[in-house]
Design a protein around this ligand. Structure first.
Ligand SMILES: Nc1ncnc2c1ncn2[C@@H]1O[C@H](COP(=O)(O)OP(=O)(O)OP(=O)(O)O)[C@@H](O)[C@H]1O
Length: 886
């Protein structure tokens, strides 16, 4: 490449910065220029995504264009002194007027209008500062200068301002602002000259190729130097180095005319915290373990080569070629901008390397600020006009800004490494502490162990000594004892053995006694054998006796029945005697008949009356035959009370004969007699009727009939109302007969028979009491039989109905008929264990004992004794009372 360097010298790289040969980032192209334009034109989507709130609505994203007027240079001051400037600026209106002639001009509006008096600082703030701020926020930004040769592009962008800092251009000021917020940037600086890309920081790389990522559209320059710069001074040195390598030539219009497009690329990395956290928050990093977010921005500053008419620049030969190449690339840029401005579907990016390199700066994702530089000279009105038109079209191009953020895994890894190392160190320290602690504890343990061993050995020794001492003492004692024993043994050996003789004597005595005792035992055993034999014989005797006893009892029962019959007859006779006596005493005429009739009644008389009785019996029989039973029975209902009572007496007498009883009952006599108990108020009639019923009640069939016709209730009622002992005796006799029927036990009791009997004891008359006792004895006998046969269970109904008290009280009654009946009743009751408890508590046991000992009748005595001995309850009670039942 044959061109002069702008400052005429080549500077070597002597920068205190690290360098990288790789160009790691490039331009990120939008997917389609038109689509991005359309989206941006419809609203502020890009703005809101990028957060560009500083921009005025509707302008954001659009390429911002400022126009800067260079002051007249010395030549223009002299040659154009008489001519007015071709432009008139109205900065307050952001307008520029381009004169056509003295009276006419075209007016253009720009984003900024910078007069010839605008300071470099002002130009930076208006043109570049918003872009720099964007870059620091993670966007790509482009600042570009376009204009005719010598109008101040390099002055605006690249002025280093070594002598005068106020003269510093946009590059220096931009990096200064970037360094204020981040301490590391990477810089590449290239120039495009005659369609060749050369590395300005390493001019040997003079044919760099453009790489386009087919997926992302990113453009990179892999061969270009990427130098990390850490301070402003180093950057200025780099700029100086790059500027030194820039092609420049002395043109008509500019003695230092840049003949290449210079492109400075500043890569900025700025860390931001996750979700707005402070990036330096170490605790946050530890907690989330997420890498910090890094915003990567890239600032591109493009100092285009001057646009000029070839004729005007006076270019010829190689310079002409340069000028052609420059114009070609600038016109390609112009075409692209036109296409973008017109929203054309085709943007001819590939027409030149310049447009390929800058494809992202116009219509891409970068924020772009363009400064067009113009001169005041009317002679260059045409170039000025063309520059203005370029700027006007560029104002129509809209970009779609995109933020570039990525996670900083490297920095996270570094931080984690540091943490890991710190943790390892901490762990090692802890390990050390633990080991020290363990050593300390084990030392302590060893010490304690040796102490314990020592004290154990000491106590062991003490024990051993004590034990030895005890042993010695024991041995001494034993030896002493041994000596004593020896002495004793010696003396025993010498003494006559008196004790032994004594013992022998005792032994002989004992042996003798034992023999005697053995003989005694033998004798006793013989006696026992003999006794057992006699017991067997005795048992046979007992069985025989028992048999006899039972026969006796049977015989007795028969006799009792006979006695009962005789008693009834006796009852009747005594009744008749009473009646006769009463009638004789009253001297009543009718008494003769009554006496006659009464004398006929009883078949059984006192022995002295036997003969006359027979006679009476015959006359009653005669009357019976002559008058007829029906007639006599009808007289029972006669109106005359005397006739009625005589009729009853006749019936009563007839009823004493077993042969008449059936006839009387068949003829309804029993019913009539029972009716009289209720229909008559006369107690005499009650008495005689009850006597007749008592006679009829001697027959078992009649007993059942009496019961079935409510006889018990009627008799009970009669007993209740009666005052005369004889009436009560008749009633009690009737009930006593009924009590002797096994079948009627339950009904009799249920209908109040027992209670009625007991109620009659209110009359103390011994005849009444004897009948009550007979009834109780009869009932007890039947009950006992039923219990033995298993028909009845449970306690005696006599006891249930409260008879026991009276029984016990009268068991030793002085009247023998009463006493005998009660003694029998007690024996019957005592035969059943179920009654034993009540009998014991009711005092009956004492009476039984008495009966077993004192009863005049032997059979009853034996019965009582047997009963006592067979009842376990009585036995227990007797033992308790220390009484012998025998
Ligand atoms: N605003 C200004 N104030 C004072 N001097 C200026 C101004 N602009 C430019 N100059 C001077 O004008 C001359 C040309 O400027 P510069 O080299 O920056 O122009 P250029 O546009 O870069 O030209 P080329 O395209 O040929 O490189 C320089 O001497 C420069 O100092």
């Amino acid at each position: 490449m044959s061109a002069n360097y702008k400052n005429g010298s080549v500077k070597t790289k002597s920068i205190s910065t690290s360098s990288s040969s790789s160009f790691s980032s490039g331009y990120k192209s939008k997917p389609s220029v038109t689509s991005s334009l359309r989206r941006n034109s419809t609203g502020s989507a890009a703005n809101s995504a990028a957060g560009l709130h500083k921009d005025t609505p509707g302008v954001s994203g659009r390429v911002r264009v400022a126009v800067r007027l260079r002051p007249r240079n010395s030549e223009e001051l002299s040659t154009d002194a008489d001519f007015a400037d071709c432009v008139e600026l109205q900065p307050e209106l952001k307008r520029l007027k381009l004169r056509r002639n003295n009276w006419d001009s075209d007016t253009f509006e720009f984003d900024e209008v910078l007069t010839e008096f605008a300071s470099q600082k002002r130009v930076y703030e208006v043109v570049a500062k918003p872009v720099v701020e964007s870059v620091l926020e993670g966007y790509n930004g482009t600042v570009m200068a376009y204009g005719q040769t010598g109008t101040g592009k390099t002055y605006t962008l690249g002025k280093l301002g070594d002598e005068d800092t106020s003269a510093r251009g946009i590059m220096v000021r931009a990096v200064e602002d970037i360094f204020a917020e981040t301490d590391s940037i990477s810089v590449s600086y290239i120039q495009l000259y005659m369609e060749m890309i050369q590395d300005l920081l390493d001019p040997a790389n003079d044919n760099l190729s453009i790489m386009e990522d087919p997926k992302t559209g990113d453009i990179t320059l892999p061969g270009a130097s990427l130098i990390e710069v850490r301070d402003q001074q180093s950057f200025v040195e780099l700029l100086r180095l790059g500027e030194a390598h820039r092609f420049a030539t002395n043109t008509k219009l500019n003695t230092e005319s840049s003949r290449s497009h210079a492109i400075l690329m500043v890569h900025v990395k700025k860390s931001v915290g996750v979700s707005g956290e402070n990036v330096n928050s170490k605790s946050h990093m530890n907690r989330t373990m997420k890498p910090p977010v890094v915003r990567k921005g890239k600032l591109i500053v493009v100092d285009l080569a001057g646009s000029e008419r070839i004729d005007k620049s006076g270019s010829e030969g190689h310079t002409l070629e340069e000028a052609k190449s420059i114009n070609l690339s600038l016109s390609a840029l112009g075409k692209c901008i036109n296409a973008l401005a017109e929203n054309s579907s085709h943007v001819p990016v590939r027409d030149s390397k310049l447009t390929r390199l800058l494809r992202d700066s116009f219509g891409g994702t970068a924020r772009t600020s363009l400064v067009i530089t113009i001169g005041p000279s009317p002679r260059h009105r045409g170039e000025t006009s063309s520059t203005i038109m370029f700027g006007q079209r560029a104002m129509k191009v809209e970009n779609m800004l995109k933020i570039k953020e990525e996670f900083d895994y490297k920095s996270l890894a570094r931080k984690l490494d540091v943490q890991v190392e710190s943790l390892i160190a901490q762990h090692e320290r802890q390990q050390k502490t633990y080991q020290d602690e363990i050593e300390k504890i084990s030392l302590e343990a060893k010490k304690q162990l040796s102490q314990a061993e020592k004290s154990f050995a000491d106590s062991l020794e003490k024990e051993r000594v004590k034990y030895q001492r005890d042993c010695m003492e024991s041995i001494k004692k034993l030896e002493a004892q041994l000596a004593v024993n020896k002495i004793k043994e010696e003396s025993l050996r010498n003494k006559p053995n008196e004790e032994l003789i004594e013992l022998k004597k005792l032994l002989e005595n004992e042996t003798r006694l034992r023999k005697t005792a053995e003989e005694e035992v033998k004798n006793l055993q013989n006696q026992v054998v003999q006794w057992k034999r006699s017991e067997v014989a005795g048992n046979a005797e007992i069985v025989k006796l028992r048999k006899m006893l039972e026969d006796e009892v049977h015989q007795r029962e028969k006799l009792e029945e006979e006695i009962s019959v005789l008693q009834n007859q006796l009852l009747q006779l005594s009744f008749d005697a009473d009646e006769t006596r009463k009638q004789l005493e009253s001297g009543d005429h009718s008494a003769e008949m009554t006496v006659d009739m009464g004398s006929l009644i009883s078949p059984v008389r006192q022995p002295q009356m036997k003969h006359s009785g027979e006679q009476e019996k015959g006359s009653v029989a005669k009357l019976f035959e002559q008058v007829g039973l029906q007639k006599i029975l009808s007289l029972l209902e006669a109106e005359d009370p005397d006739v009625r009572i005589h009729a009853v007496k006749v019936i009563a007498n007839l009823a004493a004969e077993a042969t008449n009883q059936e006839k009387i009952v068949e003829a309804g006599g029993l019913t009539s007699l029972l009716d009289l108990l209720t229909s008559s108020d006369d107690e005499n009639i009650h008495r005689v009727a009850a006597g007749a019923i008592a006679n009829l009640a001697m027959n078992e069939t009649n007993q059942e009939l009496i019961m079935s016709q409510g006889g018990i209730s009627l008799l009970a009622m009669t007993a209740q109302n009666a005052d005369d002992p004889q009436t009560l005796r008749m009633v009690a006799g009737a009930i006593a007969n009924l009590c002797g029927n096994d079948k009627l036990q339950l009904v009799l009791r249920a209908e109040g028979g027992i209670k009625a009997l007991l109620s009659m004891v209110r009359c103390r008359h011994p005849d009444v009491l004897a009948q009550v006792a007979r009834g109780i004895a009869n009932f007890a006998k039947c009950e006992s039989r039923a219990s033995t046969q298993g028909i009845k269970s449970g306690k005696s109904l006599l006891i249930e109905d409260g008879a026991l008290g009276w029984i016990v009280k009268n068991a030793n009654n002085e009247a023998s008929p009463i006493r005998r009946h009660i003694e029998l009743a007690l024996c019957h009751l005592a035969q059943h264990e179920v009654n034993a408890k009540d009998m014991i508590s009711g005092g009956a046991l004492w009476e039984l004992v008495r009966i077993s000992r004192d009863c005049s009748r032997e059979d009853i005595r034996i019965l009582a004794r047997r009963t006592l001995s067979s009842s376990p309850s009585f036995q227990v009670e007797l033992k308790r009372l220390r009484l012998n039942s025998g």
